[in-house]
Each structure stands twice: as structure tokens, then as C-alpha cells.
Design a protein around this ligand. Structure first.
Ligand code: KIV
Ligand code: ZN
Length: 388
């Protein structure tokens, strides 16, 4: 893969599923995995095999069914049993990856793991080697990397690469980083880890401060070439970096970033809808890229602009994300241009006088209703015809 390709690592089925109330059955996971393959993600993190028999089964089935089309990944703590179980689930896939993680920040070392720095390094090295004995594609994550002392982070990453890690993932586990800070973390690794070019640098940003996408983009700018993300930004607490947002940011601003992904962006809207249906987690209307209002224009000035030349108020084409439906929403802010356009698309031609009368009635109605449907417009037209 060339240096201008950013790999998309989807973790909807693992970190996304950790979102409270979003657990999925194996059958539902299979459906989502099938769509992720069509979407063109490079890696699917299908689950955490040691977590439960259901998780193990889902990873195994996804690996067997889709492991020849894309890389299937299973998560493991730095524990022998976790790694063995992950491999057991993945072993029949043509393309598989074991993802091992161990926290490195002082807060986690002292309060959660009760391990000192030497023990962390020793454990990470031993477990990466164990995983590498099974599989050539190994990802290592120093959990809570964004709050880890930089010199220690560099040391752990260097040793993990020496032990066989082929991807080093830098998690902002608690969404603490800001774009400048995260850029600096990646730059520091690139400068100070002598063997860093032997591994792909990856990002894994949580959204506690609403910065997961911005931080992932900052990391790409600093040299990261894999982004971990989820459909609709699903995930623990405020979620993970939203796949659809980060992918469209890289595509729309390719002039700035100079990189591309393998994502078929036309499948973004359909998969967002599927994940929302399967998890029951509704997508907010004004959510970027896949929200119902993401391409909707109500203001008359905007609608007029769009009807003249789309790019006046649109930086992306709705077709490019697979959005279907009208993007000119009729409401009290709409003008005559959009109203006439909608009447024509509904198959009606009106003389100027009738049009003006109906337009006035439409504005009065729009003041009373949040949304005007095509059926409301047809009713206004039919009333005119009946009254005449
Ligand atoms: O947020 C996190 O640190 C994780 C790791 C397991 C990569 O999800
Ligand atoms: Zn995470």
C-alpha cells in the first residue's frame, strides 16, 4: 500500500458495540460485516473473542465468511489466554490480525494494572511475540497513549515493533487529546522511535471532547496511515471517531491532505442506516454526512443558490455518500424558486397568478408546520383547482 493511502480500520463490531445498549447478535454482526466489506474497509475488528462465547462465535464466523476479502481482527489483552482465544477464532481466515493492548499511562499503571514501567515493557514484548508466533499481522496498542509520558510511549512502541508488531495504534482512550497535542504525539514517535518505519502508525480517538475526527486528521497530517473508527461514531461514552466523517474529510480536502482511502463512499449512507436500525441508536438529524439534514437546505437564498449552481452551498455531492431524497426542504424560509421547482417535479404546471396564490398559502401553512410534505403541496394545488 502506498504512503498516500490511509487504511480504514472499522471497529463498529468491537468498540462500537461497547456503546451502552448497542449490543448485536451474531446474525446482526454478519449483516453489518457484509456491508463493511462492500464499503471497502481495510480491516474489520470483529470483536473481543475472550469476552464471551457469543463474541468468540461472531469473530469466528466473520473470519470464515469474509476473511478472504478483507482483514479480520480480534482484540486481546496482553494475556496468554486472550491471545490464544483470539487466534482460535481467527485461524481459518485468509487475512487475519491479532490486536493486543496494554495500558501505558501512569494513571493506568498505578491504579488499574499495579505494574511498573519495566513490567509493562516486558509484558508487552512477551505478548506481542506470542501473537506473532501465530500470525504475521500484529497490532499493538498502548492504551491511554495520549496521557502517557512521551519518552515512555516511545520506548514501549520501539520495543513492541522489535517484538514483531506491524501496526502501532495510538489510542486516545478517554478523548483527552486536542488536535495540536495529538499531532505532537505522532510527530514525537516519528522523530524518536528509530524503527518506526517498520510499522504502520494508527490512530484510535474517542470523542469525549467532540474532537475524535479532528484528532484523527491531525494524526494523518503528522504521518499516521491507519484510522480506527466506527459507523455513526458509535462507541463507549461519546463514541469513537466517525468513519463517514473522517473519510469524507479526507476525500473533500484531498487538496490539503494529499491522501486517499479505499472506501466506496456511495455506501456510507446505506450502512449508516443499517447500523442505526440494528443497534437502535438513532442518528441525530444534523449529524454530518449521514444525518437527515446533512444535505437539506431550507433558506430561500441557499435554495436559490443551489438551483443556480450546487457548489454555492454544497461542498460534497449527496450522491457521493449515497444520500437519496430531495435536499431542498420546504419551510417558511424557502423562496419561490424552490417552491416552483418542487411543483414542477410533482408534475404540475401553474400559471403565474395561481402560482402566486398557492405560494402565499404555502407560507402561511409553513408558519404553522415544522415540515411541509409533498402531500401538503398537492393538497394546496388541488384546493385551488376545486375552488376554481
Ligand atoms: O480506546 C482504547 O484504548 C481501545 C483499545 C483497546 C485500543 O479501545
Ligand atoms: Zn477505544
Amino acid at each position: 500500500m502506498s504512503d498516500d493511502t490511509v487504511k480504514i480500520f472499522d471497529t463498529t463490531l468491537r468498540d462500537g458495540e461497547q456503546s451502552p445498549g448497542c449490543s448485536m447478535t451474531t446474525a446482526e454482526k454478519m449483516k453489518v460485516a457484509k456491508e463493511l466489506v462492500k464499503l471497502g474497509v481495510d480491516i474489520i475488528e470483529a470483536g473481543f473473542p475472550i469476552a464471551s462465547p457469543g463474541d468468540f462465535e461472531a469473530v469466528r464466523k466473520i473470519a470464515n465468511e469474509f476473511g478472504s476479502q478483507t482483514t479480520i481482527c480480534g482484540l486481546a489483552r496482553c494475556r496468554k489466554d486472550d491471545i490464544d482465544r483470539a487466534w482460535e477464532a481467527l485461524k481459518d481466515a485468509e487475512k487475519s490480525r491479532i490486536h493486543v493492548f496494554l495500558a501505558t499511562s501512569s494513571i493506568h499503571r498505578e491504579h488499574k494494572l499495579k505494574m511498573n514501567k519495566e513490567q509493562i515493557v516486558e509484558t508487552a514484548v512477551e505478548m506481542v511475540k506470542r501473537a506473532r508466533d501465530y500470525c504475521p499481522d500484529i497490532e499493538f496498542s498502548p492504551e491511554d497513549a495520549a496521557r502517557t509520558e512521551k519518552d515512555f510511549l516511545c520506548e514501549v512502541v520501539e520495543k513492541a515493533i522489535d517484538a514483531g508488531a506491524t501496526t502501532v495504534n495510538i489510542p486516545d482512550t478517554v478523548g483527552y487529546a486536542t488536535p495540536a497535542h495529538f499531532h505532537d504525539v505522532i510527530t514525537t514517535l516519528k522523530k524518536n522511535v528509530p524503527n518506526i518505519d517498520r510499522a504502520v502508525i494508527s490512530t484510535h480517538c474517542h470523542n469525549d471532547l467532540g474532537l475524535a475526527v479532528a484528532n484523527s486528521l491531525a494524526a494523518v497530517e503528522a504521518g499516521a496511515r491507519q484510522i480506527e473508527c466506527t459507523i455513526n461514531g458509535l462507541g463507549e461514552r461519546a463514541g469513537n471517531c466517525a468513519l463517514e466523517e473522517v473519510v469524507m474529510a479526507l476525500k473533500t480536502r484531498a487538496d490539503y491532505y494529499g491522501v486517499h482511502t479505499n472506501i466506496n463512499t456511495k455506501r456510507l449512507y446505506p450502512i449508516s442506516h443499517l447500523v442505526s436500525t440494528v443497534t437502535g441508536m438513532t442518528v441525530q438529524r444534523n449529524k454530518a454526512i449521514v444525518g437527515k439534514n446533512a444535505f437539506a437546505h431550507e433558506a430561500g437564498i441557499h435554495q436559490h443558490g443551489i438551483l443556480q449552481e450546487r457548489t454555492t452551498y454544497e461542498i460534497m455531492h449527496p450522491d457521493d455518500v449515497g444520500y437519496v431524497g430531495s435536499n431542498l426542504v420546504l419551510g417558511k424560509h424557502s423562496g419561490r424558486h424552490a417552491f416552483r421547482d418542487r411543483i414542477q417535479s410533482l408534475g404540475h404546471t401553474l400559471d403565474d397568478e395561481t402560482f402566486e396564490r398557492i405560494f402565499k398559502e404555502f407560507i402561511v401553512l409553513a408558519d404553522k408546520k415544522k415540515e411541509i410534505y409533498d402531500s401538503d403541496i398537492v393538497a394546496l394545488i388541488e384546493n385551488q383547482v376545486t375552488d376554481a
